[in-house]
Every structure is written in C-alpha cells, then in structure tokens.
Design a protein around this ligand. Structure first.
Ligand code: VGL
Ligand code: ZN
Length: 207
C-alpha cells in the first residue's frame, strides 16, 4: 500500500498568499503528475487551518513583527504573518491542484495555543491529528511526502512519519517541494536523511 501525502499546498504558501514560499506554486504541476500517475493507492493532503487570532501570528503578540521569535504557551515560537485562517481564500488548496484525486484531507493548527507544523501532531507533541492511526488502519507500507514548506511542515511531517509509522518506508520528493529559507532547506534535507527519510525526486517516484 503506497500513499502520497501532499503538505499544505495552499494559496497562503504560494506567491500572492499571506506567507508565500518562493516559487511555492511550482510544486503544483509536479504534485498533479504524482496524483495522476496511478502509482499511489491513496493520496492525502494536509491543510494548515488556523482560527483567526492564532497564537503563532505576530499580530496576536503586541509589539512583535512577523519572522521574529516570540513565545507561545511558554515555548519559543516563530511569529508568522496571519495565514491560512479557516474558511478564507488564503487557506484553500491551490486552485490548480487536482483535488478530485485527493482521498483524504487532514486539517491541522486549529488549537490557538500551540502551532502544528506536522500533519501528525501538534508541535508540543501532546495532541495527535489522527493521521497516523488512519494510515496504520489502511495498512500503508510506503509514504511519499512533498509540498510546502520543506523547512517547516514537510520536514516535521516526515520526521513524525518515521517515528510514528514504524516499518513504513518514508520518502521526501525534493522537486515537488519548496522551502522558506535556503539554509533551512539544506539543513532540513540533511536532518531528514539522517533520520532515515529517503530523498528522491519525482522522476524516481514515477519510475
Ligand atoms: C507552515 C509556517 C507556519 C508550513 C505552516 O506549511 O510549512 N509554515 N504554518
Ligand atoms: Zn501555520
């Protein structure tokens, strides 16, 4: 059972969105080729889905500017611009993404007191989204991940998949992903590789 997990391919993380990842929209045609390939038994997507006034937003912390560090529930937290607020255009999956080919959407980031980069659990690791249980119940043996952003939500999802889905082969599809910070992307790929994530490109995934 092979599954494809598309991370946060949303307007908010594409050019014109509130937290744009450079060239974020360029993952869409690659993701569509993967979705349409017939190589996957199941296609899943995550969707960053914050309530207005979420605690990861700089605007929720008087005096804080976006991309500064702040604190959230006693822990260091990157202060993000307001993004992916529930039921806004910014939170919608990219309009060119083949959503008809997606079997399951996992929303995350609803708790205003904690951020959730991973599609599997909140950053404090307290609350699970239920995605791991769903994938286990489906009996998946291989999970390929890609999307936005490599240095945040893709990385944390891949590392959680390694930890929470024992025995499942986890692979990161590099050319179907983009990151916020080039140095962060390099470090994220090294960390994923060190922790047992396979680093591949879409050509290999489609082979
Ligand atoms: C993400 C920052 C804040 C992501 C989500 O999808 O990588 N990054 N929320
Ligand atoms: Zn977010």
């Amino acid at each position: 059972m092979k599954a494809l997990l598309l991370i946060d391919i949303q307007n908010g993380f594409c050019p014109g969105g509130n937290l744009p990842v450079p060239d974020g929209d360029q993952v869409v045609p690659v993701a569509n080729r993967l979705i349409d390939s017939g190589k996957y038994d199941m296609v899943l997507a995550s969707q960053d889905w914050h309530p207005a006034g979420h605690g990861s937003f700089a605007s929720s912390h008087p005096g804080k500017k976006p991309f500064e560090m702040g604190m959230l529930s006693g822990k260091p937290q990157m202060m993000w611009p307001d993004h992916c607020v529930q039921n806004t255009e910014d939170a919608m999956l990219h309009p060119d993404l083949n959503v008809d080919g997606i079997d399951f959407i996992q929303q995350k980031g609803q708790n205003p007191a904690v951020d959730s980069y991973s599609a599997f659990r909140d950053n404090d690791q307290a609350a699970l989204t239920g995605l791991a249980a769903h994938l286990r119940a489906e009996g998946i043996t291989q999970l390929d991940l890609c999307g936005l952003a490599t240095d945040y939500c893709v990385k944390f999802s891949a590392l959680d998949a390694i930890e929470m889905l024992q025995g499942v082969t986890v692979r990161f599809i590099e050319d179907a992903s983009r990151g916020i910070d080039p140095a962060g992307v390099k470090a994220a790929i090294n960390e994923m590789r060190t922790r047992g994530v396979g680093i591949i490109d879409s050509k290999e995934a489609l082979a």
